[in-house]
Design a protein around this ligand. Structure first.
Ligand SMILES: Cc1cc2nc3c(=O)[nH]c(=O)nc-3n(C[C@H](O)[C@H](O)[C@H](O)COP(=O)(O)OP(=O)(O)OC[C@H]3O[C@@H](n4cnc5c(N)ncnc54)[C@H](O)[C@@H]3O)c2cc1C
Length: 422
């Protein structure tokens, strides 16, 4: 028997759930399915920061040299496992070609618009639906130990100001006045007042309940295995839990998206970018706001009873190992910036997740080329939590045929078919 619905959402991560939320709010009958349970993928153990300030894309002049320098170190924040993988090498080549200021500015503008709208929508959604997820609007600090690295980072506040975001430069003494647990070696950094944070698993759990209360049906343990296609229509989805069909389908499978999209003839340039996190009980001395330890690329997020350190970008395919060297590097890196004598004594969780990375650092949102009832919502990279609400609203606008509140053009899946993005 085929279970039929108006809109079938594939993948119950933060992106699929946000799409389901805004579609249900628009009066659509929605079913959402997942191979596991809602929020079990990258949306679980990430750093939970909502960061419009991370709008500057990864691809910028100098990035290739920086990445090569990082590759030489075992415990660096960036790593590519050497192997024969033409799809990955093509992805890296396309990324390298975007390391110029023109592409940087184009991606910056597209990311900033989505992040700013999402920041506002997340605050509204969490308040309106009373989701208890430790949401806080306290701003974040980005801190440096190396004066030369701080001086070379001058492009970052410039980029943020160019898209209307506030960023304040602070010297070491001003930073320590804000956060007394910062070490004397911290020489300076930035405060980004618009940034916020929440507990990602609590947010996703709360959103799951809200979406269910709106009448959305869930199918867990329903791994998508294949599709039945009728001309340009995706007529049915075969899963471990039986067959499902939707008048419209939204593919929101995070880092797994290219594996399933390939079966529909779509080549999505999405690579799994593996990251790690360690969660522990809140230490006696703990920062009051999230801190990015810049040279080590380690992020620290404090919550009421827990803290988390997370980071690293590893291109090792769909590798499921927890790498001890990289996990240890997180706490060691954080300890270079923050006095953390009782950190790491009792670990609650060690985790990895696959970020769905596009080479242009923009998500893929919109109608799937060559299909009449398939929509894509994937490729959110390092910022899926931050971009989730605006993505959900944009997908709902597009699926419902409403004029979109946000120009969808920068995120259109068709951008990979033309010109410089090929
Ligand atoms: C270490 C780390 C730190 C991060 N920190 C932040 C942060 O501070 N702020 C931020 O904004 N972002 C952060 N991110 C990025 C963020 O976690 C992701 O961008 C986001 O979770 C992606 O959401 P998603 O719904 O697209 O993917 P996922 O959450 O991975 O969801 C995809 C879902 O699809 C399901 N699925 C896969 N294959 C199938 C199948 N065949 N059939 C059915 N279901 C399937 C999976 O089970 C999963 O639930 C971080 C990521 C990492 C790894």
């Amino acid at each position: 028997m085929t279970r039929k619905t108006e809109v079938l959402v594939l993948g119950a991560g933060v992106i699929g759930l946000s799409c389901a939320y805004f579609l249900a709010k628009a009066g659509r009958e929605v079913t959402i399915l997942d191979q596991s349970w809602p929020g079990s993928g990258a949306s679980h153990g990430n750093c939970g920061t909502i960061t419009p300030s991370h709008a500057p894309p990864l691809a910028k002049p100098g990035m290739v040299a920086q990445a090569l320098a990082w590759m030489a170190r075992q415990d660096s924040p960036f790593y590519i496992r050497p192997r024969f993988d033409p799809v990955l090498w093509r992805w890296l080549w396309r990324f390298a070609r975007r390391c110029n200021w023109r592409d940087f500015e184009q991606a910056l503008a597209g990311k900033a618009r989505l992040l700013l709208q999402s920041r506002r929508l997340l605050a509204e959604l969490i308040r309106a639906e009373a989701i208890d997820c430790e949401y806080a609007e306290r701003g974040h600090l980005t801190v440096f130990r190396d004066p030369a690295a701080l001086a070379a980072f001058d492009w970052w506040p410039r980029a943020l100001r160019s898209v209307g975001m506030q960023v304040n430069a602070l010297d070491g003494a001003a930073l320590r006045a804000r956060e007394p647990c910062l070490r004397a070696e911290v020489v300076g950094g930035f405060d980004t007042p618009l940034d916020a944070e929440f507990k990602p698993d609590a947010y996703v759990g709360g959103l799951t309940q809200v979406v269910a209360a709106l009448g959305v049906s869930f199918a867990s343990q329903a791994e998508v295995q294949g599709f039945r296609v009728d001309g340009q229509r995706v007529a049915a989805v075969h899963t471990r839990a039986g067959e499902f069909a939707g008048e419209q389908l939204v593919l929101a499978l995070g880092a797994w998206s290219p594996l399933l999209a390939r079966q529909l003839g779509l080549e999505l340039p999405v690579q799994p970018g593996k990251g790690y996190s360690i969660t522990g009980p809140r230490p006696r001395r703990c920062p009051g706001v999230p801190i990015v330890c810049r040279e080590r690329s380690v992020a620290i997020t404090p919550w009421r009873e827990r803290y988390r350190v997370g980071s690293t970008m590893e291109f090792s395919g769909y590798d499921t190992r927890l790498d001890r060297t990289r996990l240890d590097a997180l706490l060691r890196g954080a300890a270079e910036y923050v006095e953390v004598e009782d950190w790491g004594e009792a670990t609650v969780e060690e985790w990895f997740g696959w970020r769905p990375m596009t080479f242009d650092d923009l998500p893929i949102i919109g109608a799937a080329p060559g299909h009449s009832n398939l929509w894509l919502a994937t490729g959110h990279g390092m910022l899926g939590m931050s971009m989730s609400a605006a993505t959900g609203l944009l997908v709902a606008d597009l699926v419902c045929g409403r004029p979109p509140q946000l120009d969808p053009e920068p995120y259109a899946p068709t951008r990979f078919h033309a010109g410089r993005n090929r």
